[in-house]
Write a protein that binds this ligand. Structure first.
Ligand SMILES: NC(=O)c1ccc[n+]([C@@H]2O[C@H](COP(=O)([O-])OP(=O)(O)OC[C@H]3O[C@@H](n4cnc5c(N)ncnc54)[C@H](OP(=O)(O)O)[C@@H]3O)[C@@H](O)[C@H]2O)c1
Length: 302
């Protein structure tokens, strides 16, 4: 029996894909019970569990348990871990995350702290809860929903990117030691994905007092960025199901998963430029052109 625990909203899709795999493997295997997967989905607000339960009503009820877990509340992470049968998680999917968008001067300390509490410290607490068991058994996979913004700066996303850069440094460092324990950690580098991310992120609104009091140039650039962001989501956003099927499942199933998986090639020229141009200036210029000149060109054409 294997246990998979996913925190955050992708659990429904991971469950569906995982169960399909399980069925395929079970049909091929002489000992199907060895391939049984028990799935734990966690959410901070159990009031939202009905939708997930509804989506699995036709078959997976006996292989799913939903646990309360707020990644910013260490006690709730520990309690969730204690409810896992045999105290054993074979695959841990850390998906909880939240965005923060706007000029840096508009962010309150509390807003910025919340982003780090969820994206960075929440990821740490979750890993800390399950890593000792994986190391002890010399087996385990940790899958982290990261972001292209964890590898390269994105204008007006400075704090979100900083939190994901921190996650990247955390996981890359851990991966080096975890080789000794046959524990694999994989970062899924997402570009824009059609989820509730944009609705849920903390954003500086145009009528925000702190924005109104800012210099005109920053306000104009922010306005341009918001337009760019809309365009990018319209043109390049992927569907959750596609990235789960093609990327998350690839990492979950791989015998020896890589540290990084990219969900899209859309930003790869910029990512490569960032890595190749060691003094950073070429990336800064190229990203500026990508975000602020494309709108200019569109405006010129209009
Ligand atoms: N969508 C994108 O374009 C995109 C791009 C790059 C990276 N990502 C990353 O992908 C991951 C998933 O985001 P998403 O796109 O699915 O966004 P989403 O629809 O906003 O889902 C985020 C999930 O995180 C959960 N969450 C937030 N704070 C939490 C906490 N303290 N404890 C437990 N769960 C918490 C939310 O729970 P509630 O339902 O209770 O709010 C929600 O289910 C995030 O790490 C995000 O940074 C997304």
């Amino acid at each position: 029996m294997k246990n998979l625990l996913a925190c955050g909203k992708n659990e429904k899709y991971v469950l569906e894909k995982w169960t399909l795999e399980k069925v395929k493997v079970s049909r091929r295997s002489k000992f199907p019970e060895e391939n049984h997967i028990f799935f734990y989905a966690t959410m901070r607000n159990l009031g939202k569990k009905e939708r997930l339960l509804e989506s699995v009503r036709d078959g997976h009820m006996d292989t799913l348990e939903i646990l309360q877990m707020d990644v910013t509340d260490e006690q709730s992470v520990v309690s969730a871990a204690q409810k896992i049968k045999e105290q054993k998680v074979d695959v841990l999917v850390c998906n909880a995350g939240v965005g923060l968008m706007g000029p840096l001067e508009c962010h309150s300390y509390q807003n910025m702290k919340t982003i780090f509490d969820v994206n960075f410290f929440g990821t740490i607490s979750t890993i800390q809860a399950f890593l000792p068991g994986m190391k002890h058994r010399k087996s385990g996979k940790i899958i982290i929903s990261s972001s292209v913004g964890g590898l390269q700066g994105v204008p007006f996303n400075a704090v979100y990117c900083a939190s994901k850069f921190a996650v990247e440094g955390l996981c890359e460092s851990l991966a080096i030691v975890l080789q000794h324990f046959n524990v694999h950690i994989s970062l899924i580098e997402c570009g824009p994905v059609n989820t509730n991310f944009l609705q849920n992120l903390q954003r500086t609104d145009p009528d925000d007092r702190r924005l109104q009091e800012m210099d005109l140039e920053t306000r104009a650039l922010y306005q341009q960025y918001l337009q760019h962001c809309q365009t990018i989501f319209r043109d390049a956003a992927q569907d959750t199901e596609d990235i789960l099927q093609q990327v998350f499942m690839e990492a979950i199933k791989a015998p020896s998963p890589a540290l990084r998986y990219f969900t899209t090639q859309f930003f790869m020229p910029l990512t490569k430029l960032k890595l190749e141009s060691t003094n950073g200036s070429d990336y800064v210029k190229a990203m500026h052109t990508f975000v602020f000149s494309s709108n200019q060109k569109r405006d010129d054409k209009a």
